[in-house]
Write a protein that binds this ligand. Sequence first.
Ligand code: GAR
Length: 197
Amino acid sequence: MSRVLTAVLISGGGSNMDALLRASAEPGYPADIRLVVSNRPDAGGVAKARSRGVEAIVVDHRPFGADRAAFEAALQDVLAARSIGFIALAGFMRILTPGFVSLWRGRMINIHPSLLPRFKGLDTHARALAAGDAEHGCTVHWVTPELDDGAVIAQARVPVMPDDDAHTLAARVLVEEHRLYPKALADAVRIMDRSAP
Ligand code: GAR
């Protein structure tokens, strides 16, 4: 099987991106991560990707204002120019339009820091604590137009400890994200490859 050219989209520190880049460097890993795109010029993940020898490009959303479609057209140009065939969202904090999502349907996945369908959206760790949940975790799922709603590919669970705050809980979940995402990306790319014509 040929490796699928993959882009990772980020907005921040890129620790999940880094876990994916490390996996992509392993022999036989089915996703060949060639490109990192950040919508924020100051995202720490940009330098991290470059230090691993991976091309990292900033497509800043701010000059496009409220025109999400124009931002996504610029993003799509960058992806198409590099023949990217799969997208992994890793802490990418922009909501994507249905048009962009349908263009990438079946070829775009996301990691979310909760046990979906619980706690879609933001502040998942604080919400899990406020709800008194005994368990929390993370989910890798297919991206569909509805936010954090696509079919689940994989989940990992962590216990919530009595003395947790949002930071300690986030850190425990993040460790699991770094284990889960590389395996889930490999599974997703293999599923996609089987369903290709
Ligand atoms: C991760 O916890 C990821 O699950 C979350 O942002 C963090 C990014 O960290 N994503 C979302 O909240 C998406 N809605 P990282 O930049 O260190 O990978």
